[in-house]
Ligand binder design. Structure first.
Ligand code: AAT
Length: 301
């Protein structure tokens, strides 16, 4: 924070840093896990930082939150009934899941209780997700929560995690993915935040190969979205489908997540959830089409 400007610096994107002009700092605190800061920016609305890294801004959060929720939800063959969100303490992904009437239970495992508290105060449009009666919030380490879950307990698990420096480091390692694979039902999906093609092709490649080792008989695909306030303006997710239980013909073919199978979800006036702003079935299919350098870079993993 310098001369009224904030610059996002991290060893994960050396030599570059997005700058935003600050109107007013609204909150600065230190939780047991990270520095938490909220400021009003001149161009992007209210901004949430964890350890100095942008997690969400009013202006563009819908891109990431809609895509990480609706791509897997719409790719599933049957509507999800039980969903787990790991991380995601701002509530934005919960808001997106709330759009689906078929969902019966939404569990969240967020490590830091300060994130939902701050979000409820400064980001009402994201935190509205917490007011859905189907949501249960557990404050605990995501890996512990997933390891303690019953086998096949969830139709979908969304890992809305911060970058692999700090408390989220474990969420990028193999033991966590083995636990996720166990906790998701056959034919279900695990969808995790998977960083930027421009900056982290090596991380994505390693993550995708590891997921392929874990999701034997299933499928692993990278989907991309644009978002101006994440590093290099782009982020993606790995969509990992668990092999289906054998059920006769076609039962063993892995799910192709590029095909949307469930209807686009609508608004939810009761909770104050507006129309979708980014996701559509057209955008869903296009998200899996990668530029040549990325397709080449991820080949064979
Ligand atoms: N939807 C906003 C985007 C995020 S939030 C990431 C969340 O993951 C944070 O609330 C953080 O407290 C939580 N978190 C970190 N580690 C763990 C853990 N081990 N268990 C559970 N929750 C955890 C992601 C932004 C991506 C930024 C891209 N540069």
């Amino acid at each position: 924070i310098n001369d009224g400007w904030y610059t996002e610096l991290s060893p994960m994107w050396p030599g570059q840093g997005l700058s935003l002009k600050i109107k007013e700092i609204l909150y600065r605190g230190k939780s047991d896990f990270q520095d938490v800061c909220v400021f009003e920016s001149e161009s992007m609305g209210t901004v949430l930082l964890l350890d100095g890294v942008i997690q969400a801004t009013d202006r563009d959060e819908f891109s990431y939150q809609e895509m990480i929720a609706h791509i897997p939800m719409c790719a599933l063959e049957r509507p999800a009934k039980k969903v787990l969100v790991v991380g995601g303490g701002d509530g934005g992904v919960l808001r997106e899941l709330a759009r689906y009437p078929e969902v019966a239970e939404i569990h969240m495992a967020e490590i830091d209780k300060m994130v939902p508290e701050v979000s409820k105060k400064y980001f009402p449009e994201m935190a509205v997700g917490f007011t859905d009666p189907r949501v249960t919030l557990h404050i605990c380490d995501g890996i512990k929560y997933v390891e303690d879950s019953d086998e096949g307990a969830y139709d979908l698990i969304i890992v809305d995690s911060s970058d692999p420096v700090g408390p989220a480091e474990v969420l990028f390692e193999k033991p966590f993915f083995e636990a996720l694979h166990r906790a998701v039902a056959p034919g279900g999906i695990v969808c995790t935040q998977a960083e930027s093609l421009w900056l982290h092709l090596d991380i994505i490649k390693a993550l995708a190969s590891m997921c392929k080792e874990v999701f034997v008989g299933g499928s692993v695909s990278y989907a991309t979205t644009t978002i101006p306030t994440y590093p290099s303006g782009q982020i993606g997710m790995l969509v990992c489908a668990k092999a289906r239980a054998e059920q006769g013909e076609g039962g063993t073919a892995p799910l192709d997540p590029r095909i949307p199978r469930q209807a686009e979800p609508g608004p939810l006036p009761k909770l104050g959830v507006a129309e979708l702003q980014y996701y559509s079935h057209e955008v869903h299919a296009a998200a899996f089409v990668l530029p040549v350098f990325a397709k080449k870079g991820l080949q064979g993993c």
